[in-house]
Design a protein around this ligand. Structure first.
Ligand SMILES: [Zn+2]
Length: 432
């Protein structure tokens, strides 16, 4: 972890302790439980533990936990549950070692979400779904999300971290601006005579969300590009709650963690659902997954110390990426004297594919340059369209620079950015 240049500021005893601790507690144990009260039957979950991956550096395992809160029917939620994971995995090059695989996840999640949305739309079914999709690899938690289901993490040290975005039009002015710039209209329901009620919605369609998978009847500016956050827990672990809006409309993250403290994950999930329904009644599908990530041989994460701080300081408890902080001569000593806390590895929420797929990325095979960055189909030389085509913001980028998209994915990208009328050419690929 620590580079050689830092040894002067880190006491040897601290380094040795870390080495020993890392060897002993290399991989956490993961336990989980879930509970739900259904009203419409449009909440689905996906739990896959102990997924095996044969890597360049041996076999390793990871776990997947996901929640899909469907609307306007459950077709999009079902389709996404069945296809998203394989679309994400297909976007990760083979032959990566463990660190490279984890680093490739944020980009692969973007590609997988967009491909799943594009494929589902070709089935010409209306309905849409929120997606909160989590991959746990060792102590690294990666969450990709669209919509308003939420994932929150409480570290064993007692900090609460929001791992997902809230893509409600009501609470995101940037997303409202993106949608109106792409040709959508945002406003409240007009009951006649100028009386406007309810939350902000996108028209046509009346969806309250700015991002989802599906929703082809609303407009392609309702994009599937996920907010992605990746953190590394300390070896003390933590507890994660993933819930649909039925829970979060009734409970704050703090109350959700507090109401089930000390309970194993399955009772904790039931307790959270029970509390939420008690507060607001069963007005919506109310689903909860609780995941405990803890050092081996401890059934539950240690109880966090009593809270001293308010909500506002939570994000400041993140330890910066070492590449950023190691250049600062003021910081290293402080960083290493602090108890282990949650380390933020990646966070990005932009809706622009050119930003999301252009991250530095290990290319193990030059021929893979000619594979579509979204759907992974092979592109014949000369037929790939640079993801930067038409972008004039940076002189450094040239239209023949990769990554490349196939024609279909380029059309999808332009539709999401409002550069072609919504729905135009959507059925042209002639699926079915
Ligand atoms: Zn493609």
């Amino acid at each position: 972890m620590s580079s050689k240049g830092e040894h002067q500021t880190v006491p040897l005893s601290v380094l040795l302790k870390r080495e020993v601790a890392q060897e002993k507690i290399e991989r956490p144990e993961i336990s989980h439980g879930q509970a739900a009260q259904s009203k419409k039957g449009e909440d689905l979950t996906l739990v896959k533990t102990e997924c095996q991956r044969v890597a360049g550096d041996g076999v390793s395992t990871y776990s997947v936990f996901a929640l899909f809160d469907g609307h306007n029917g459950s077709a999009a939620a079902i389709y996404t549950k069945e296809n998203l994971l394989s679309n994400v995995l297909a976007a990760i090059p083979s032959d990566l070692n463990r660190d490279e695989w984890v680093a490739a996840l944020p980009r692969a999640l973007v590609a997988g979400f967009v491909k799943t949305d594009k494929d589902f739309q070709e089935k010409a079914q209306t309905s849409g779904t929120t997606v909160t999709f989590m991959i746990i690899e060792g102590w690294v938690i990666t969450v990709a999300s669209v919509g308003d289901s939420r994932c929150v993490l409480e570290s064993a040290e007692g900090g609460i971290y929001y791992m997902s975005a809230d893509h409600r039009l009501e609470c995101d002015v940037e997303e409202r601006e993106r949608i109106t710039a792409s040709g959508g209209e945002v406003g409240r329901l007009n009951t006649g005579g100028g009386t406007e009620i309810g939350p902000l919605r996108c028209w046509p369609g009346g969806l309250c969300l700015s991002r989802s998978i599906g929703d082809m009847d609303v407009g392609e500016f309702i994009v599937p590009v996920p907010y992605v956050k990746q953190v590394k827990l300390s070896t003390a672990g933590g507890r994660i709650i993933v819930s649909s809006d039925g829970v979060w409309d009734a409970l704050s993250a703090e109350i959700a963690f507090d109401c089930c403290r000390g309970m194993p994950p399955d009772s904790a999930a039931s307790q959270i659902v029970k509390e939420a329904v008690q507060v607001k009644g069963l007005r919506d599908d109310t689903t909860c997954i609780v995941i405990d990530v803890h050092p081996p041989e401890k059934p539950n994460p240690p109880l966090p110390p009593p809270k001293k701080q308010g909500k506002g300081v939570f994000t400041s408890m993140f330890r910066k990426k070492s590449t950023e902080s190691s250049n600062d001569p003021q910081q290293p000593e402080k960083e290493f004297c602090e108890p282990d806390v949650v380390e933020e590895l990646f966070e990005e929420g932009s809706a622009m594919l050119s930003q999301r797929l252009d991250t530095k990325y290990p290319l193990c095979n030059m021929f893979k340059l000619f594979i579509c960055a979204v759907c992974q189909v092979e592109i014949k030389p000369g037929e790939g369209i640079s993801i930067h085509a038409g972008v004039s913001t940076s002189a450094k980028l040239r239209p023949w620079d990769g990554p490349f998209l196939c024609l279909g994915c380029q059309e999808k990208k332009e539709a999401m950015e409002g550069k072609r009328p919504s729905g135009d050419g959507r059925y042209s690929s002639g699926s079915d």
